[in-house]
Design a protein. Structure first.
Length: 365
């Protein structure tokens, strides 16, 4: 039997020549249940589509063009092709992340270069209709810095958005060490109106990057600079978040030149996985106390250079390496959650993101 008889489709982001990369656009990978990967081809030529998101119900993919400062919708065409679904919409400087609201009402784009958080209204067919900008971030640590040190003003660096289970949106600001929680309202004026609900301040210099919500409601945040994991605890009584646990992201400690990248959860919420660039590790953390704390238990070589992004899916860990240009797949131990020996490696030029196609859009066998 063909090993790809039960294959799934995974979209890949990349850096292209405009960013010094060797990618060609949005790629397509077929993933078999045993962890074997097969390169299908370039789904759509695009300039540095460094991060992607998938519409929850429609065959539509969204990609930020990081250096072109745009976001665009693509519609599926054939087995794995993508074609533009409308024009590219303007975003901000170094648009680095895009996320889709679970019912398909809107997108959120975060921009590392200028700190913008942008909301895009979506049409019934998944196309982009309108844009609204969220309020600018203010550095909560400003005024607490040593005046004698003559430190420059810290720039805002919006980096990722998470759709919370209660309908709100949480965004990270890596430059201001800040989590911002948004309510999304409609009218009057723009169809979408992001309103700041509240903020959670992280330790100065930690650099919150990516985040994921535990089934219990708490949010886990990986910090790029301090190589830690923080828990934004959700109060069931008041619905607000506060900073709870902060601890190391790795079992062996941070090494010189390290920067944390992605955090992902196992489907059952028992284990979290953090990618660390520099020392090129994936760290496994046990989730404790119903999501109130995380404890690192193992550091595993990622199998390549610069693990920028990873996904956990069906008992497998897929790791995208930007600099070595490959995706490495690890089976996960069912009990401990620790990755076993790699099951496969696939060349993917300047890989930056891995986003599985939604259920129901798997490839035919």
């Amino acid at each position: 039997m063909d090993s790809f008889a039960a294959q799934d489709l995974i979209w890949t982001g990349s850096y292209t020549a405009d960013a010094g990369g060797s990618g060609s656009g949005i790629g397509a990978i077929a993933a078999a249940a045993d962890g074997t990967l097969r390169w299908l081809g370039v789904a759509a030529g695009a300039d540095s589509p460094s991060f992607l998101a998938v519409h929850p119900t429609l065959p539509v993919v969204y990609a930020v063009a990081e250096h072109a400062r745009t976001v665009r919708a693509y519609r599926r065409d054939g087995a794995f092709g993508l074609v533009p679904a409308g024009p590219a919409w303007p975003a901000g400087d170094a648009a680095c992340h895009v996320a889709v609201e679970p019912s398909g009402r809107f997108l959120v784009v975060c921009c590392w270069g200028d700190g913008q958080v942008l909301f895009y209204e979506l049409a019934a067919d998944g196309g982009i209709l309108d844009r609204a900008a969220a309020a600018e971030s203010r550095d909560p640590h400003e005024g607490t810095l040593d005046a004698d040190a003559k430190q420059p003003k810290r720039p805002s660096r919006a980096h990722a958005a998470l759709m919370l289970a209660d309908g709100r949106v949480m965004t990270t600001d890596l430059g201001h060490d800040l989590l911002r929680i948004w309510n999304i309202r409609t009218g009057p004026g723009p169809a979408l109106r992001p309103v700041l609900d509240h903020e959670v301040v992280l330790p100065q210099g930690s650099g919150p990057r990516h985040l994921v919500q535990h089934p219990g409601g708490h949010v886990f945040v990986v910090t790029e600079y301090s190589i830690e994991v923080a828990v934004a605890e959700l109060s069931p009584a008041f619905g607000d978040f506060r900073l709870g646990f902060v601890g190391p992201a790795t079992a062996g400690g941070a090494l010189p030149g390290d920067s944390a990248a992605e955090i992902a959860l196992a489907a059952d919420g028992r284990h979290a996985y953090v990618g660390v660039r520099g020392s090129n590790r994936v760290s496994v953390l046990d989730v404790e106390a119903g999501g109130a704390a995380l404890h690192p238990v193992a550091d595993v070589p990622s199998g390549g250079d610069w693990p920028r992004h990873h996904v956990v899916r069906d008992g497998l860990l897929h790791v995208a390496h930007e600099r070595s240009g490959d995706v490495v797949t690890f089976p996960l131990d069912a009990g401990s959650g620790v990755p076993r020996a790699p099951a496969g490696r696939l060349a993917v030029a300047s890989a930056t993101a891995l986003v599985p196609a939604r259920a129901g859009l798997a490839l035919p066998g």
